[in-house]
Design a protein around this ligand. Structure first.
Ligand code: GYE
Length: 364
């Protein structure tokens, strides 16, 4: 080995030693308890895995943001977010990966209600509490989840029906509703009949994702008011999957099939936006001074724009800002406090004529 080669080797080994000691530094600091090591901070955080059902609507975007903003490090959380892209299969995989990662809590916004028992039993056996968010699951075993945070979708459907009763009375259009509904019957079914009687109020419904809590509750609530009005004729109710594209497609079909639609009940704003495009493309009008009265759900910002323009008559609010309540519930569970099994965020009914004032201070 000649002298210059030995020098190169020496320089090389010294370099390696310097590099190695640099990479060991955090470990040393850690032992002295001074490290800004994120792993150490993370272990103090509450780890939450959240399976959001998708990103199909403006409402969903606001709901996701609310939860992501509440479950942040400065509030003591570390959030693992997964988008289920409208598939229960994806959501079940997400939940299994949360179990594998040994998270502290699992949040699920379930796309549809049934089929959760197996995976939730796995979570329960792993000792991970589950909170059902926004929608609900259909299960006989209530021990599979610790809490449900959302809104009362049945009440939202009732609010839509009550608004229509009141509106028709004001317009003097509804013969049978000399008074508004006092009590709600137990259970009724939506009736799809092809009635073309000019004395009737012809209604079409754009339903949200079939078998989702929002579809079930809003359909049932509205049906339970409609059943008291012999002259309300529900012409059709079809699945628009809560998206603008589907809403437009189905509304266009309704308009081809029926030439006397008086009322559209659209179970979310995005479908309403699509439906309004279809109505305009068919050369028809809607809203306050239009031919087709529109009842929508959610009350997102763009829907307020449309109410201000008189295109939507009324919007039944469904509040997506559920993050702070979820954070509070987890905090209480951490303290070993008792919590309510079901917590609903309240919603209002917004009419076109007050939209400009009502929207002040709203963040979505
Ligand atoms: O109305 C709709 C969304 O489950 C309440 O889902 C939610 C509904 C909401 O896609 O816009």
């Amino acid at each position: 080995m000649n002298r210059s080669f030995k020098i190169i080797l020496w320089v090389f080994f010294m370099g390696l030693i310097v590099l190695a000691s640099c990479s060991l530094m955090p470990l040393k600091n850690l032992q002295n308890g001074e490290a800004e090591n994120t792993d150490v901070i993370d272990s103090d955080l509450i780890i939450v895995g959240f399976s959001q059902l998708g990103s199909e609507s403006d409402w969903r975007t606001a709901n996701t943001k609310s939860i992501q903003n509440a479950l942040v490090e400065k509030n003591g959380f570390s959030l693992i977010f997964q988008n289920g892209r409208q598939s229960q299969e994806n959501q079940i995989k997400d939940v299994r990966s949360f179990i594998f990662q040994e998270v502290d809590y699992i949040l699920i916004a379930p796309v549809t209600e049934t089929g959760w028992d197996t995976v939730l039993t796995e979570a329960k056996e792993a000792g991970i509490p589950v909170i059902i968010v926004d929608r609900m699951i259909d299960t006989e075993d209530e021990s599979l989840y610790v809490a449900n945070v959302g809104t009362d979708k049945y009440e939202e459907g009732i609010n839509a029906g009550r608004w229509l009763e009141k509106y028709l009375l004001q317009q003097d259009l509804d013969d049978t509703s000399s008074q508004v509904t006092e009590s709600i019957p137990e259970e009724t079914e939506l009736q799809a009949e092809n009635g073309q009687n000019t004395d009737t109020i012809n209604i079409v419904v754009l339903e949200g994702t079939l078998n989702s809590t929002a579809q079930i509750g809003r359909s049932q609530g509205f049906a339970d008011i409609a059943v008291n009005h012999a002259d309300w004729n529900i012409l059709a109710h079809e699945d628009g999957d809560f998206t603008k594209a589907k809403g437009k497609e189905i509304m266009a079909q309704y308009l081809q099939r029926y030439d006397d639609i008086d009322v559209l009940v659209s179970q979310n704003d995005d479908m309403t936006f699509g439906a309004i495009e279809a109505i305009h493309e068919a050369g028809l009008t809607c809203g306050v001074d239009g031919k087709i009265t529109i009842i929508s759900f959610d009350a997102v910002s763009e829907a307020f724009d449309m109410m201000e323009d008189g295109l939507i008559n009324v919007d039944i609010e469904c509040n997506p800002l559920q993050g702070p309540l979820i954070a509070e519930i987890i905090g209480r569970l951490e303290n070993g406090e008792e919590i309510e099994k079901i917590s609903y965020v309240d919603g209002k009914v917004f009419e076109a004529e007050n939209a400009e004032i009502d929207r002040i201070g709203r963040s979505y």
